[in-house]
Write a protein that binds this ligand. Structure first.
Ligand SMILES: [Zn+2]
Ligand SMILES: [Zn+2]
Length: 753
């Protein structure tokens, strides 16, 4: 018998063809396998039992980096003249529907070679195999073959070529494979890099998707200098340590966090910092000032491992990989002042002058800029806070196939999204579009996604805000456009990844988003039904004294709450140390330059301002992040909230109560009361609207106490609760929601009545 089999999913560049080849040999089948635009095509011939065993094992024994979405098989006419099973050249037929896979950390088999003095790839910083290494960052187009990658310029040496062509070798068709004889080279020896870091230098190191700035995280003076030259006031730095056991010296790490840290995606994981122990005490205070959470990541490229190997004194073998190591490296994106990552060495030399003391580059081009991903475990599962390397461009499966659409995200933490059939691809984190260079990166990303997906969108979704750079770019594409309200998009993103097309409730809680009434929203209870939504309620509006400037000055929001409570006369005295306190009091009294906002982010700021926690913030969201770090056990203030005449949820009582307590007590009180208030206020409204499930999203949901408290409270109230799991709950997820709403709107517009 003969079978024609089609495998779809992430099946190219992951060793799927050798896997098929091995299975065919095991089951003594003849035929062939090839990659094409649709995934993997197979024809196999042999006895029925062997064919069944082969088909069963196709997905069940798939290689580690593969994701098999579907296997379909049909009977074919037996040929009877084949002598064996062959791997055929890639075929181009029709548009591409298969995925490029994300970059993956170096695998154990490669690490064993890396530290085996007898191996020909001993200490070679670019070794990889079919089951590990760079992918998305080196891929120009599909089908995934060496000629369409950044390795095109490196001709395989005879030994590498023999491995590449040997179906029994674990480098069979490993497109980025290389060795010291034929592959890329570093511009600076690893020993020099570590010597420089050891004497307090900041070294820019070229990685997978960009350059990192690296320095010793235990060296207080150097970390402080890095902060100064990078103009990164207060924003925490991520720390790379050799392995899990070393990470446990710095933080309390749960089993799920450990699994996330060591997964092939190797994101930065936000873990609870230890306040005891020798290792924890060695970290420079300026790494993550006043934060209870630390961003930790483990090495993911051979070069990273070589740095730790050097620091350990170049031991032979791999036993040292399990031993605790004192070295901790700050690894922060080399992107001066919010610009996109530097990716080529000349660009790095130019842009990092005055920031890095030395540059360790290499000659393998980076084709796609990608930052490190950031993940936090919330409510029993990982949640991306920044989705980039290791996660992109994995596709997200939608409830059903839709027309191809593009969505362009918001203004900050921007991502873009393209749909193709029932798949959505959300780009890597692009960043804030208030920078011209980032706008270039944005265009570059849209073009690259269109190229690798071969999609021509029929419509583009964008934020309702007319002044966002992303909105202007969308309007300039010459496509039909759909303006999607910001908070609608937040909830739609969660609906999209959970494959929900029908009605659901949504709590969208963030800093700001333009509402459909032209006002600033951000504490919204919505009923979402595909392309439509209804506003069921919102937080009580707070005045923003001075407009946007108030969003960076939490004390002004505390003043706004005092004013709201009729205690405006307290403002000048309470904030006497703040220049302009009297003016702010007057603005509030006169209603001058005090636009209202319903954003929860500003209520958080008010709490911070009242408690004296970062009364003036250094970066977006700093005060609430520090406040969250102070929470130990949330407590509920009875009568800590009211409803105003419009039914809006008013948190004035709890914020006023913060005047009498210290910051730690206040942090517990605000978080506990906020969660109780939101649940008590939202539950009856959702029930009245006939909604049984509710999603929560928005920038505030990166706060673990809030996200977990709400999930538990709403579940206890009888609701099915949906959280963002595949894309960030913050503005990094907007594009997916916009794409889903846009696709559904287009479908509606073209539907036959
Ligand atoms: Zn490997
Ligand atoms: Zn070679």
């Amino acid at each position: 018998m003969r079978r024609a089999i089609r495998v779809r999913g992430l099946v190219q560049g992951v060793g799927f063809r050798p896997h098929v080849h091995g299975l065919a040999r095991r089951h003594r089948l003849t035929g062939w396998v090839l990659n094409d635009g649709d995934g993997v095509a197979i024809e196999v011939e042999g006895p029925a039992g062997a064919l069944a065993g082969f088909e069963q094992a196709l997905a069940a024994e798939a290689p580690p980096l593969a994701r098999v979405d579907s296997v379909s098989a049909t009977a074919a006419r037996p040929r009877g003249d084949e002598t064996g099973f062959e791997i055929r050249a890639s075929a181009r037929s029709g548009p591409v529907a298969t995925g490029v896979i994300p970059d993956a950390a170096v695998c154990d088999a490669c690490l064993a070679e890396l530290f085996d003095p007898a191996d020909r790839r001993y200490r070679y910083p670019f070794l990889n195999c079919t089951h590990c290494g760079p992918r998305y960052t080196i891929t120009r187009g599909l089908p995934y073959d060496r000629t369409r990658t950044a390795m095109a310029g490196f001709a395989l040496c005879p030994t590498c070529a023999a491995e590449y062509h040997d179906p029994a070798d674990r480098r069979f068709h490993a497109q980025p494979t290389a060795c010291p004889a034929c592959g890329p080279r570093l511009t600076m020896p690893v020993g020099d890099v570590m010597r420089r870091i050891g004497r307090g230098e900041i070294v820019a190191i070229k990685g997978l998707g960009g350059f990192h700035l690296a320095c010793d995280a235990r060296d207080a003076a150097t970390v402080a200098r890095l902060r100064r030259v990078k103009q990164r006031d207060g924003k925490p730095f991520a720390v790379m340590v050799a392995n899990l056991v070393s990470a446990r010296g710095l933080a309390d790490i749960t089993a799920l966090e450990a699994a996330t840290l060591t997964a092939p995606a190797r994101p930065i994981v936000l873990v609870r910092r230890r306040d005891d122990g020798e290792a924890a005490a060695t970290l420079a205070p300026a790494v993550a000032p006043d934060l209870a959470w630390l961003g930790v990541l483990l090495p993911y490229t051979p070069l990273h491992y070589l740095l730790f190997h050097e620091a350990a004194g170049r031991p032979a073998g791999t036993d040292w990989l399990e031993a605790p190591q004192p070295l901790a490296l700050v690894m922060t994106s080399a992107n001066p002042g919010g610009e996109p990552l530097a990716i080529d060495t000349e660009e790095a030399v130019r842009r990092l002058a005055g920031i890095a003391d030395a540059i360790c580059g290499h000659d393998r081009p980076i084709l796609v800029r990608v930052d490190d991903s950031v993940v936090r475990v919330i409510d029993g599962a990982p949640v991306p806070i920044r989705r980039a390397r290791g996660a992109v461009p994995a596709t997200i499966t939608l409830a059903r196939p839709v027309a191809p659409v593009l969505a362009v995200g918001g203004q900050l933490k921007t991502t873009v999204c393209l749909t193709r059939g029932d798949q959505a691809v959300v780009s890597q984190h692009i960043g804030g579009l208030d920078d011209l260079a980032t706008v270039g990166f944005f265009r570059e990303t849209v073009d690259h996604l269109k190229t690798i997906l071969e999609v021509t969108p029929v419509a583009v979704g964008h934020d309702l805000h007319p002044d966002f750079a992303s909105t202007r770019l969308a309007l300039g594409l010459g496509l039909p456009t759909v303006a999607v309200q910001h908070h609608h998009a937040h909830i739609a993103a969660v609906a999209a990844e959970h494959r929900i097309e029908g009605p659901l409730g949504g709590l969208a809680l963030d800093g700001v988003g333009l509402g459909s009434d032209g006002a600033a929203w951000g504490g919204e209870l919505l009923a979402v039904d595909g392309p439509r939504f209804e506003r069921l309620g919102h937080l009580a509006p707070l005045a923003l004294p001075g407009g946007d400037v108030a969003a960076r000055q939490p004390w002004r929001m505390a003043a706004a709450v005092l004013h709201r409570a009729g205690l405006g006369h307290e403002i000048a005295a309470r904030f006497a140390d703040r220049p302009g306190a009297a003016v702010v009091a007057e603005m509030l009294t006169g209603g001058v330059r005090t636009p209202p906002t319903t954003a929860l982010g500003r209520w958080f700021d008010a709490a911070c301002g009242m408690l004296g926690v970062r009364p003036v913030a250094g970066y977006e969201g700093e005060a609430p992040i520090v406040l969250e770090s102070l929470v130990t056990r949330p407590t509920v203030l009875a009568d800590g909230w009211t409803e105003d005449a419009d039914g809006a949820l008013d948190l004035t009582p709890v914020v006023l109560a913060l005047r009498q307590v210290n910051a730690a007590t206040g942090a517990d009180l605000f978080h506990g009361t906020l969660v109780a208030a939101l649940v008590a206020w939202a539950a009856p409204r959702l029930a009245a609207a006939g909604l049984e499930r509710v999603a929560h999203a928005g920038g505030c949901l990166a706060n673990r106490w809030l996200a977990e408290g709400l999930a538990q409270g709403l579940r206890a109230a009888g609701f099915e609760v949906l959280l963002a799991r595949l894309v960030p709950p913050n503005d990094g997820g907007l594009a997916l929601g916009q794409a889903w709403v846009t696709a559904l709107s287009v479908a509606r517009a073209t539907a036959v009545p």
